[in-house]
Design a protein around this ligand. Structure first.
Ligand SMILES: [Zn+2]
Length: 235
């Protein structure tokens, strides 16, 4: 269930996320709204105080997202669109066909379908299939992490708007399917981040020393990933 409150001119929506344990996620929307992604059963007054205390910072971030959205409006999938894939751009090209399939041909993504009305769904399915392979590959590449086998219970991916990934206390990892749009070394950063949470469940010094040990340049990757936030609002 989504709920709202106001702090001065700001409309804040909040939604409870049972996978969140402690921290509150801030999602800055290009339409000027703020969404809080919170652990279950957080008090409205606590959230309101949190927003009031951080109001200056929140306004700055919202303005930045709004400005970025003007420069780069959220991308919609359609015939002729140039869509992001692993940090590249592919041109969607519809080709009339009775059967639906999607085929990458260099910088062109050929979408075979009966009409252009099917293009969007076909490309979204293609993204999901490519994301499954991407995360399989990335998770395989981290099998050398000594704690992994004992602590990783399951993983999945889904389209989300408020986070790149998450880790439950029981060892279930969740990744954002939108990551299929960003360069692979940034996906690697998100995967390692969540895997480190299997060992250290907070963002304390032990967590960051683990990140440094296995990915010395993780901070540069995080900065680079922040530049890709608009993909979260595209198709
Ligand atoms: Zn984290």
């Amino acid at each position: 269930m989504n709920r709202e409150f106001r702090v001065e001119e700001l409309v804040v929506e909040w939604r409870e996320n049972r996978r969140r344990k402690q921290t509150v996620g801030f999602l800055f929307q290009p339409n000027g709204r703020l969404i809080l992604d919170t652990p279950p059963r957080v008090d409205r007054s606590v959230l309101k105080d949190m927003v009031k205390e951080n109001l200056r910072w929140i306004r700055l971030r919202l303005n930045k997202v709004r400005e970025e959205a003007k420069v780069n409006p959220p991308l919609r999938i359609a015939n002729g669109a140039r869509i992001p894939y692993l940090g590249e751009r592919l041109q969607v090209q519809w080709i009339e066909s009775d059967n639906r399939s999607v085929l990458r041909n260099g910088k062109v993504l050929e979408v075979y379908a009966p009409s252009t009305r099917h293009v969007r769904a076909a490309v979204v399915d293609w993204y999901k299939a490519r994301a499954s392979r991407l995360f399989c590959r990335q998770i395989d590449a981290f099998q050398h992490l000594p704690w992994l086998a004992a602590r990783l219970r399951s993983w999945r991916h889904q389209f989300m708007t408020s986070q790149w990934g998450s880790c439950s206390v029981d060892g279930d990892l969740s990744f954002n399917t939108h990551l299929v749009k960003v360069p692979e070394h940034l996906v690697e950063y998100v995967v390692l981040h969540e895997m480190c949470h299997l060992k250290v469940h907070n963002h304390g010094p032990r967590f960051y020393s683990l990140m440094r040990e296995y990915m010395p340049d993780w901070e540069a990757r995080r900065r680079e990933l922040n530049g890709y936030l608009p993909v979260l609002f595209g198709d």
